[in-house]
Design a protein around this ligand. Structure first.
Ligand SMILES: *Cc1c(COP(=O)(O)O)cnc(C)c1O
Length: 230
């Protein structure tokens, strides 16, 4: 079942890329495996998946040692500064950086561990106040500050689409993130590139791809509904 889901989604991703005039490999699937057990992650791995997304530090810490080492773990959820040390040598990319203080902590821990860390700046375009992320006006100044950390490398932007069925509202949010990345790229800031746009989830990833997404973060459509009751 997971196998069929992954194949279906990858087909849809390719078609959507092509239909919007992009290279068929322009958008990559991240399997969001939060709350899901090792066996299901291994199953997705055996179908060829290598990029997995988790939103909790503890889950990455638990899953990392027992799964293949060539998995690229993406931290996609809110990250507390005191937990950076647990994941600094385990994750491939942190999608959810939303403050200079967090970036500074990543710099510190990266120095200690002698690694470099690729990050995305999380932007809250939809301005729903329950969500983390910077508002559009703050983004530029914060990126300029974060760019000075020599072990932290900004690769692009991330956002979570609005909780609505209104396609045009969702599309507008993704369009704005894309435009923001173009504006930032034009500033040519040292140590900042805008090649990555992390946007789109199970309900809205085709819209996100049409608007320029390079990473879609899909959980439910691969693994089924999550059960938080345990
Ligand atoms: C859970 C989660 C996803 C995946 O959501 P689905 O609707 O299950 O595809 C994507 N991005 C973030 C930040 C998440 O927390």
């Amino acid at each position: 079942m997971i196998k069929d889901n992954i194949k279906n989604i990858n087909d849809i991703i390719k078609h959507t890329c092509e239909n919007s005039g992009r290279d068929e490999n322009a958008a990559k699937l991240i399997a969001v495996s939060k709350t899901k057990p090792i066996e299901l992650i291994q199953e997705a791995y055996d179908c060829g998946m290598r990029d997995f997304g988790e939103n909790k530090v503890q889950e990455i810490v638990d899953k990392y040692p027992v799964l293949p080492k060539d998995i690229r773990w993406h931290l996609i959820g809110h990250l507390q500064r005191n937990k950076v040390k647990y994941i600094i040598d385990k994750v491939y990319m942190i999608h959810s950086v939303d403050s200079v203080r967090l970036a500074e902590q990543i710099q510190k821990e990266a120095e200690k561990a002698d690694v470099h860390m690729d990050i995305l700046i999380q932007v809250n375009i939809s301005n729903e106040d329950t969500k983390f992320g910077l508002n559009e006006n703050e983004v530029c100044s914060i990126i300029e500050e974060v760019s000075k950390f020599d072990r932290v490398h900004i690769k692009g932007l991330m956002t979570i689409g609005p909780m609505t069925d209104n396609e045009e509202d969702i599309r507008l949010v993704f369009k704005k993130l894309k435009q923001l990345s173009v504006d930032i790229q034009a500033k040519n800031i040292d140590n900042v590139s805008m090649g990555v746009l992390s946007m789109g989830m199970s309900g809205d990833y085709t819209i996100a791809i049409e608007e320029g997404s390079t990473y879609v973060r899909v959980g439910t459509s691969i693994f089924g509904e999550r059960n938080y009751s345990k």
